[in-house]
Design a protein around this ligand. Structure first.
Ligand code: A3D
Length: 324
Protein backbone atom coordinates (compact mmCIF):
# COMPACT_ATOMS: atom_id res chain seq x y z
CA UNK A 1 0.00 0.00 0.00
CA UNK A 2 1.33 3.47 -0.87
CA UNK A 3 1.39 5.73 2.13
CA UNK A 4 1.45 9.54 2.01
CA UNK A 5 4.80 11.18 2.67
CA UNK A 6 5.11 13.19 5.86
CA UNK A 7 8.26 15.12 6.76
CA UNK A 8 9.00 16.00 10.35
CA UNK A 9 11.53 18.82 10.79
CA UNK A 10 13.33 18.51 14.11
CA UNK A 11 14.17 15.04 15.42
CA UNK A 12 14.14 16.00 19.10
CA UNK A 13 11.62 14.84 21.68
CA UNK A 14 8.43 15.96 19.90
CA UNK A 15 9.66 15.26 16.37
CA UNK A 16 10.90 11.73 16.99
CA UNK A 17 7.84 10.78 19.06
CA UNK A 18 5.62 12.12 16.27
CA UNK A 19 7.54 10.04 13.70
CA UNK A 20 7.18 6.97 15.93
CA UNK A 21 3.42 7.43 16.30
CA UNK A 22 2.90 8.12 12.57
CA UNK A 23 4.74 4.87 11.80
CA UNK A 24 2.99 2.83 14.51
CA UNK A 25 -0.43 3.98 13.30
CA UNK A 26 0.44 3.21 9.68
CA UNK A 27 -0.40 6.76 8.67
CA UNK A 28 2.64 7.71 6.59
CA UNK A 29 6.10 7.16 5.21
CA UNK A 30 8.11 9.49 7.43
CA UNK A 31 11.15 11.62 6.64
CA UNK A 32 12.78 12.96 9.78
CA UNK A 33 15.11 15.96 9.32
CA UNK A 34 17.45 17.57 11.87
CA UNK A 35 20.50 19.82 11.68
CA UNK A 36 22.42 17.61 14.12
CA UNK A 37 24.26 15.02 12.08
CA UNK A 38 23.24 11.46 12.93
CA UNK A 39 20.30 12.38 15.18
CA UNK A 40 17.48 12.00 12.64
CA UNK A 41 19.25 9.07 10.99
CA UNK A 42 19.63 7.29 14.34
CA UNK A 43 16.05 7.92 15.47
CA UNK A 44 14.70 6.75 12.10
CA UNK A 45 16.79 3.59 12.20
CA UNK A 46 15.65 2.84 15.73
CA UNK A 47 11.96 3.29 14.78
CA UNK A 48 12.45 1.12 11.68
CA UNK A 49 13.85 -1.68 13.83
CA UNK A 50 10.56 -1.75 15.77
CA UNK A 51 8.61 -2.48 12.56
CA UNK A 52 8.81 -6.31 12.66
CA UNK A 53 7.59 -6.31 16.25
CA UNK A 54 4.88 -3.71 15.81
CA UNK A 55 3.94 -4.84 12.31
CA UNK A 56 4.00 -1.52 10.51
CA UNK A 57 5.11 -1.25 6.90
CA UNK A 58 5.76 2.47 6.45
CA UNK A 59 9.29 3.65 5.68
CA UNK A 60 11.05 5.93 8.17
CA UNK A 61 14.19 7.69 7.02
CA UNK A 62 16.37 10.29 8.70
CA UNK A 63 18.62 12.95 7.20
CA UNK A 64 20.19 16.39 7.59
CA UNK A 65 19.22 17.25 4.02
CA UNK A 66 16.16 19.49 3.74
CA UNK A 67 15.80 18.47 0.08
CA UNK A 68 14.48 15.12 1.33
CA UNK A 69 11.16 16.82 2.18
CA UNK A 70 10.34 17.16 -1.55
CA UNK A 71 6.82 16.00 -2.48
CA UNK A 72 5.67 15.79 1.15
CA UNK A 73 1.93 15.79 1.61
CA UNK A 74 2.38 17.16 5.10
CA UNK A 75 5.33 18.86 6.83
CA UNK A 76 5.41 19.03 10.62
CA UNK A 77 7.73 21.67 12.11
CA UNK A 78 9.08 20.80 15.56
CA UNK A 79 12.55 22.34 15.11
CA UNK A 80 13.58 24.83 17.74
CA UNK A 81 14.43 25.35 21.35
CA UNK A 82 12.21 24.00 24.10
CA UNK A 83 11.62 25.71 27.43
CA UNK A 84 13.93 25.36 30.40
CA UNK A 85 12.68 25.65 34.01
CA UNK A 86 11.68 29.26 34.76
CA UNK A 87 11.29 30.20 31.07
CA UNK A 88 7.99 31.15 29.48
CA UNK A 89 7.13 30.03 25.94
CA UNK A 90 7.49 33.66 24.87
CA UNK A 91 11.15 33.71 25.94
CA UNK A 92 11.80 31.52 22.90
CA UNK A 93 10.50 34.10 20.41
CA UNK A 94 13.62 35.46 18.69
CA UNK A 95 15.65 32.24 18.76
CA UNK A 96 12.87 30.10 17.32
CA UNK A 97 11.84 32.73 14.75
CA UNK A 98 15.39 32.48 13.38
CA UNK A 99 14.84 28.72 12.95
CA UNK A 100 11.20 28.57 11.79
CA UNK A 101 11.35 31.46 9.27
CA UNK A 102 14.04 29.88 7.05
CA UNK A 103 12.41 26.45 7.39
CA UNK A 104 9.10 27.89 6.13
CA UNK A 105 10.88 29.29 3.08
CA UNK A 106 12.47 25.94 2.39
CA UNK A 107 9.09 24.21 2.64
CA UNK A 108 7.58 26.63 0.12
CA UNK A 109 10.30 25.82 -2.39
CA UNK A 110 10.79 22.10 -1.75
CA UNK A 111 7.24 20.99 -0.92
CA UNK A 112 5.07 23.72 -2.46
CA UNK A 113 1.83 21.74 -2.21
CA UNK A 114 2.32 20.56 1.37
CA UNK A 115 0.11 21.27 4.33
CA UNK A 116 2.12 22.50 7.33
CA UNK A 117 1.56 21.87 11.02
CA UNK A 118 3.75 23.99 13.31
CA UNK A 119 4.57 22.85 16.85
CA UNK A 120 7.51 25.12 17.73
CA UNK A 121 6.84 27.69 20.50
CA UNK A 122 5.71 30.38 20.98
CA UNK A 123 3.16 28.55 18.92
CA UNK A 124 0.66 31.14 17.69
CA UNK A 125 3.38 33.55 16.58
CA UNK A 126 5.38 30.79 14.87
CA UNK A 127 2.29 29.85 12.84
CA UNK A 128 1.94 33.48 11.71
CA UNK A 129 5.63 33.51 10.79
CA UNK A 130 5.35 30.24 8.86
CA UNK A 131 2.39 31.63 6.87
CA UNK A 132 4.25 34.84 6.03
CA UNK A 133 7.55 33.23 5.13
CA UNK A 134 6.08 30.28 3.18
CA UNK A 135 3.59 32.47 1.34
CA UNK A 136 1.11 29.57 1.65
CA UNK A 137 -2.63 30.26 1.96
CA UNK A 138 -3.94 30.18 5.51
CA UNK A 139 -5.81 26.93 4.81
CA UNK A 140 -2.50 25.10 4.52
CA UNK A 141 -0.61 26.30 7.60
CA UNK A 142 -1.84 25.65 11.12
CA UNK A 143 -0.53 25.05 14.62
CA UNK A 144 -1.02 22.31 17.18
CA UNK A 145 -1.88 23.46 20.70
CA UNK A 146 -5.64 23.32 21.31
CA UNK A 147 -5.76 19.54 20.88
CA UNK A 148 -3.07 19.25 23.57
CA UNK A 149 -4.56 21.83 25.93
CA UNK A 150 -8.00 20.22 25.58
CA UNK A 151 -6.53 16.73 26.14
CA UNK A 152 -4.78 17.93 29.28
CA UNK A 153 -8.03 19.33 30.67
CA UNK A 154 -9.91 16.14 29.74
CA UNK A 155 -7.26 14.04 31.51
CA UNK A 156 -7.36 16.21 34.66
CA UNK A 157 -11.18 16.11 34.85
CA UNK A 158 -11.18 12.35 34.29
CA UNK A 159 -8.59 11.84 37.05
CA UNK A 160 -10.60 13.93 39.48
CA UNK A 161 -13.84 12.07 38.74
CA UNK A 162 -12.30 8.62 38.32
CA UNK A 163 -13.79 8.10 34.87
CA UNK A 164 -12.35 7.39 31.43
CA UNK A 165 -10.79 10.51 29.88
CA UNK A 166 -12.44 9.69 26.54
CA UNK A 167 -15.83 10.39 28.20
CA UNK A 168 -14.92 14.05 28.76
CA UNK A 169 -15.61 16.59 26.05
CA UNK A 170 -14.15 20.06 26.17
CA UNK A 171 -12.77 22.86 24.04
CA UNK A 172 -9.77 25.03 24.90
CA UNK A 173 -9.36 28.01 22.59
CA UNK A 174 -7.08 31.05 22.48
CA UNK A 175 -3.31 31.28 22.55
CA UNK A 176 -1.07 28.49 23.79
CA UNK A 177 -0.04 30.29 26.95
CA UNK A 178 -1.31 31.87 30.14
CA UNK A 179 -4.27 33.45 28.33
CA UNK A 180 -5.63 30.21 26.85
CA UNK A 181 -9.43 30.04 27.06
CA UNK A 182 -10.96 26.83 28.47
CA UNK A 183 -14.69 26.94 27.68
CA UNK A 184 -16.75 25.80 30.65
CA UNK A 185 -20.00 25.81 28.65
CA UNK A 186 -18.48 23.36 26.17
CA UNK A 187 -17.15 21.01 28.87
CA UNK A 188 -19.39 18.05 29.55
CA UNK A 189 -19.65 14.36 30.32
CA UNK A 190 -22.28 12.26 28.61
CA UNK A 191 -24.14 15.42 27.64
CA UNK A 192 -24.26 16.72 31.24
CA UNK A 193 -22.48 20.04 31.83
CA UNK A 194 -19.30 19.94 33.91
CA UNK A 195 -20.88 22.03 36.70
CA UNK A 196 -23.28 19.20 37.44
CA UNK A 197 -20.22 17.03 38.26
CA UNK A 198 -17.86 19.52 39.91
CA UNK A 199 -18.29 22.78 41.82
CA UNK A 200 -16.98 26.12 40.51
CA UNK A 201 -13.84 26.12 42.68
CA UNK A 202 -12.91 22.60 41.50
CA UNK A 203 -13.49 23.56 37.86
CA UNK A 204 -11.40 26.72 38.23
CA UNK A 205 -8.54 24.69 39.79
CA UNK A 206 -8.56 22.29 36.84
CA UNK A 207 -8.62 25.17 34.34
CA UNK A 208 -5.64 26.74 36.10
CA UNK A 209 -3.76 23.43 36.17
CA UNK A 210 -4.36 23.13 32.41
CA UNK A 211 -2.92 26.61 31.84
CA UNK A 212 0.11 25.65 33.94
CA UNK A 213 0.41 22.10 32.58
CA UNK A 214 3.41 22.81 30.35
CA UNK A 215 5.30 24.53 33.17
CA UNK A 216 4.42 21.69 35.60
CA UNK A 217 6.08 19.23 33.21
CA UNK A 218 9.12 21.46 32.59
CA UNK A 219 9.60 21.61 36.37
CA UNK A 220 9.29 17.85 36.80
CA UNK A 221 11.44 16.86 33.83
CA UNK A 222 14.17 19.42 34.61
CA UNK A 223 15.44 18.95 31.05
CA UNK A 224 13.24 19.65 28.05
CA UNK A 225 9.46 19.94 27.93
CA UNK A 226 6.42 17.77 27.20
CA UNK A 227 6.50 15.50 24.19
CA UNK A 228 4.28 12.39 24.45
CA UNK A 229 0.96 14.24 24.58
CA UNK A 230 2.10 16.99 22.16
CA UNK A 231 3.09 14.31 19.62
CA UNK A 232 -0.30 12.61 20.08
CA UNK A 233 -1.94 15.99 19.39
CA UNK A 234 0.01 16.47 16.16
CA UNK A 235 -0.75 12.94 15.01
CA UNK A 236 -4.48 13.41 15.64
CA UNK A 237 -4.37 16.47 13.35
CA UNK A 238 -2.22 14.62 10.79
CA UNK A 239 -4.67 11.71 10.77
CA UNK A 240 -7.61 14.05 10.13
CA UNK A 241 -5.78 15.66 7.20
CA UNK A 242 -4.32 12.51 5.63
CA UNK A 243 -7.62 10.65 6.04
CA UNK A 244 -9.70 13.60 4.76
CA UNK A 245 -11.77 13.09 7.91
CA UNK A 246 -13.40 16.56 8.14
CA UNK A 247 -12.88 16.29 11.86
CA UNK A 248 -13.44 19.36 14.04
CA UNK A 249 -10.43 20.02 16.28
CA UNK A 250 -9.18 23.05 18.18
CA UNK A 251 -6.19 24.29 16.17
CA UNK A 252 -4.21 27.48 15.74
CA UNK A 253 -5.35 29.28 12.57
CA UNK A 254 -4.88 32.65 10.90
CA UNK A 255 -8.15 34.55 11.26
CA UNK A 256 -9.69 36.88 8.73
CA UNK A 257 -12.71 38.20 10.57
CA UNK A 258 -13.87 35.05 12.39
CA UNK A 259 -14.70 35.79 16.04
CA UNK A 260 -14.30 39.47 15.15
CA UNK A 261 -10.52 38.95 14.88
CA UNK A 262 -8.31 39.65 11.90
CA UNK A 263 -4.62 39.29 10.96
CA UNK A 264 -3.72 37.19 13.95
CA UNK A 265 -3.19 33.49 14.67
CA UNK A 266 -5.14 32.00 17.55
CA UNK A 267 -6.68 28.73 18.72
CA UNK A 268 -10.18 28.14 17.33
CA UNK A 269 -12.16 25.06 16.32
CA UNK A 270 -11.69 24.12 12.69
CA UNK A 271 -12.68 21.34 10.36
CA UNK A 272 -9.66 19.51 8.95
CA UNK A 273 -9.55 17.57 5.69
CA UNK A 274 -7.26 16.78 2.79
CA UNK A 275 -6.94 20.45 1.81
CA UNK A 276 -5.96 21.46 5.32
CA UNK A 277 -8.39 23.77 7.12
CA UNK A 278 -11.79 23.26 5.45
CA UNK A 279 -13.28 26.01 7.58
CA UNK A 280 -13.02 27.72 10.92
CA UNK A 281 -16.04 26.90 13.08
CA UNK A 282 -17.55 29.92 14.82
CA UNK A 283 -19.04 28.90 18.16
CA UNK A 284 -21.68 31.12 19.75
CA UNK A 285 -19.61 32.70 22.52
CA UNK A 286 -20.84 34.78 25.43
CA UNK A 287 -19.54 38.35 25.78
CA UNK A 288 -17.08 37.19 28.47
CA UNK A 289 -15.78 34.28 26.40
CA UNK A 290 -15.34 36.57 23.40
CA UNK A 291 -13.45 39.09 25.55
CA UNK A 292 -11.15 36.34 26.84
CA UNK A 293 -10.43 35.24 23.27
CA UNK A 294 -9.74 38.82 22.21
CA UNK A 295 -7.35 39.36 25.16
CA UNK A 296 -5.52 36.19 24.17
CA UNK A 297 -5.31 37.39 20.55
CA UNK A 298 -3.97 40.78 21.66
CA UNK A 299 -1.08 39.05 23.43
CA UNK A 300 -0.23 37.20 20.19
CA UNK A 301 -0.53 40.42 18.23
CA UNK A 302 2.05 42.08 20.49
CA UNK A 303 4.50 39.27 19.77
CA UNK A 304 3.80 39.46 16.05
CA UNK A 305 4.73 43.14 16.31
CA UNK A 306 7.98 42.16 18.05
CA UNK A 307 8.79 39.96 15.06
CA UNK A 308 8.00 42.86 12.72
CA UNK A 309 10.53 44.96 14.67
CA UNK A 310 13.06 42.12 14.37
CA UNK A 311 12.37 42.13 10.62
CA UNK A 312 11.59 38.41 10.86
CA UNK A 313 8.82 38.46 8.25
CA UNK A 314 11.21 39.47 5.50
CA UNK A 315 12.76 36.71 3.38
CA UNK A 316 16.31 35.82 4.21
CA UNK A 317 17.94 36.05 0.81
CA UNK A 318 21.12 34.29 1.89
CA UNK A 319 19.08 31.24 2.67
CA UNK A 320 17.07 31.56 -0.54
CA UNK A 321 20.31 31.56 -2.54
CA UNK A 322 21.81 28.64 -0.65
CA UNK A 323 18.78 26.46 -1.05
CA UNK A 324 19.68 22.85 -1.59
P1 A3D B 1 14.10 19.28 21.34
O1 A3D B 1 14.03 17.92 21.91
O2 A3D B 1 15.17 20.20 21.79
O3 A3D B 1 14.16 19.13 19.74
C1 A3D B 1 14.30 20.20 18.87
C2 A3D B 1 15.13 19.71 17.70
O4 A3D B 1 15.14 20.72 16.69
C3 A3D B 1 16.60 19.42 18.06
O5 A3D B 1 16.91 18.08 17.77
C4 A3D B 1 17.38 20.39 17.18
O6 A3D B 1 18.61 19.86 16.74
C5 A3D B 1 16.41 20.60 16.04
N1 A3D B 1 16.67 21.79 15.24
C6 A3D B 1 17.05 23.03 15.65
N2 A3D B 1 17.17 23.85 14.60
C7 A3D B 1 16.86 23.13 13.50
C8 A3D B 1 16.78 23.42 12.12
N3 A3D B 1 17.06 24.64 11.64
N4 A3D B 1 16.40 22.42 11.27
C9 A3D B 1 16.12 21.19 11.74
N5 A3D B 1 16.17 20.85 13.04
C10 A3D B 1 16.53 21.81 13.91
O7 A3D B 1 12.71 20.05 21.58
P2 A3D B 1 11.24 19.40 21.61
O8 A3D B 1 11.12 18.40 20.52
O9 A3D B 1 10.92 19.00 23.00
O10 A3D B 1 10.36 20.68 21.28
C11 A3D B 1 10.42 21.26 20.00
C12 A3D B 1 9.63 22.56 19.96
O11 A3D B 1 8.24 22.25 20.14
C13 A3D B 1 9.98 23.57 21.05
O12 A3D B 1 9.94 24.88 20.54
C14 A3D B 1 8.88 23.36 22.08
O13 A3D B 1 8.69 24.51 22.89
C15 A3D B 1 7.72 23.09 21.17
N6 A3D B 1 6.59 22.40 21.80
C16 A3D B 1 5.35 22.90 21.54
C17 A3D B 1 4.25 22.29 22.09
C18 A3D B 1 2.88 22.83 21.82
O14 A3D B 1 1.92 22.33 22.35
C19 A3D B 1 2.73 23.94 20.90
C20 A3D B 1 4.41 21.17 22.92
C21 A3D B 1 5.68 20.68 23.14
C22 A3D B 1 6.78 21.31 22.56
Amino acid sequence: MTLPKVSVIGAGQVGSTTAHLLALKGLADVTLIDVVDGLAQGKALDITQASPIEGFGGRVQGTTDYAAMADSRLVIVTAGLARKPGMSRDDLLAANAAIVGPIAERISRLAPDAIVIVVTNPLDVMVALAIKRSGFPRQRVMGMAGVLDSARLRAFIAQQLGIASTEVETMVLGSHGDLMVPLKRFTQLKGKPIDTWLNDAQIEDLFQRTKDAGAELVRLLKQGSAFYAPASGVVEMAGAILGDAHKILPICAWLEGEYGLRDVCIGVPAQLGSRGIDRVIELELTVQERQALSASAEQVRIMIQQLVVLDAFRSNNAIMENKP
